[in-house]
Design a protein around this ligand. Structure first.
Ligand code: SF4
Length: 347
């Protein structure tokens, strides 16, 4: 049975027209689900009774099973959801104050069960790849968490690489931001990619107004091949061209995510490479992130974090050293995983 949350408004309109109903019924269904937050067709009372029954026979509208909700001492919350095929995924809610002291609640959303890219600092990468999430499974993470906590931002940065599940990522943005439904502002949505070059071009043209973040971690091709081997088919020079295209097309600033790893990417030469890369993009800000050391890793947290940040600031770059959130509940960057094979060894 098809899931109703896999349908954009346009697709619903096509379905409704095909089933002999007036086109405006699609907006009634869409608004019932996303604006009035109805969980059963029978509750969408703008629809005729008979039609509600017909929809219930043809579509699944069910919500996720929340398996657990774990709270960190810093108020970060990790949610584990069980999917229809018993796969588990995680979403992370981060609470913090912005520079104007306004409370912000940002949800990190997953887009895949596992991830095929095998980045060496990431627990999700060690799970292997099971499958892409359906659009409805991406959206449900938002809807379930938002029931308890109003969300100020969402980031496609949980488990998986969103641009390897491009179509469903794109459709979920379209649905969540549709003015006839939830109307979540696109400027509050960030898509974070490890660097899927061809899809960055498509995103620039097709998913208007969302913010882009790139997990770079090193501007040296040789080091990136070692740290993120799944990305070696997307060379850094090509990535740079795609990021410049994004800035030119959208006028938005790009966020570069840079994990600081001891004696790997934290030298002055590494900083100079990063500066050169960032200055070519022009509209850019840099988030420096402390490495969360995991048992399977050969990498260690940098001892030169502040020095590295200062060096970038002195070269007039916008750089901020981010404090990791949720490390005590394995909800921080690189820590999300629902089943790491215990026999795997770090390389
Ligand atoms: S860091 Fe992102 S892209 Fe790399 S393995 Fe982990 S989830 Fe996949």
């Amino acid at each position: 049975m098809k899931h109703i949350k896999d349908f954009s408004l346009k697709e619903l309109e096509e379905y409704v027209a095909g089933s002999g109903q007036p086109k405006y019924r699609a907006k009634e269904i869409f608004s019932g689900i996303y604006k009035e937050k109805r969980k059963n067709f029978s509750e969408i009372t703008t629809l005729p009774k008979e039609y509600r029954k017909e929809l219930a026979e043809q579509f699944n509208i069910s919500t996720f099973e929340k398996l657990s909700e774990i709270k960190s001492t810093d108020e970060t919350t990790k949610y584990v959801f069980k999917l229809k095929d018993n796969s588990l995924i995680e979403s992370v809610l981060i609470r913090k104050e912005n520079k104007y002291r306004r409370k912000m609640s940002t949800l990190c959303i997953s887009t895949q069960v596992g991830c095929p890219l095998e980045c060496k600092f990431c627990a999700t990468g060690r799970m292997g790849f099971k499958r892409n999430l359906a659009t409805s499974e991406i959206i449900e993470q938002f809807l379930v968490v938002e029931e308890e906590t109003p969300l100020s931002n969402i980031v496609y940065m949980g488990m998986g690489e969103p641009l390897l599940n491009y179509e469903n990522t794109k459709k979920s943005v379209e649905i969540l931001s549709d003015i006839h439904g939830r109307n979540f502002g696109r400027r509050r949505i960030t898509i974070s990619t490890a660097g899927i070059v061809d899809k960055i071009y498509r995103l620039s043209d097709e998913i208007k107004s969302v913010t882009l973040a790139i997990s770079l971690h090193t501007a040296s091709q040789a080091k990136r091949n070692k740290l993120m081997p799944g990305l070696s088919r997307f060379p850094i020079r090509e990535l740079l061209k795609a990021l410049k295209y994004y800035v030119r097309t959208t006028g938005n600033t790009i966020t570069i995510e840079y994990l600081l790893i001891n004696n790997f990417n934290d030298s002055q030469e590494d900083a100079d490479n990063l500066i050169e890369f960032a200055k070519e993009i022009k509209f850019v800000k840099i988030n420096l992130i402390s490495l969360n050391e995991l048992p399977f890793m050969n990498y260690r947290k940098s001892t030169r974090e502040s020095e590295f940040e200062k060096y970038l600031l002195n070269k007039n770059l916008r750089a901020t050293l981010r404090k990791s959130k949720g490390t005590d509940i394995s909800a921080a960057c690189g820590q999300l995983a629902t089943n790491i094979p215990s026999t795997q060894k770090s390389t």
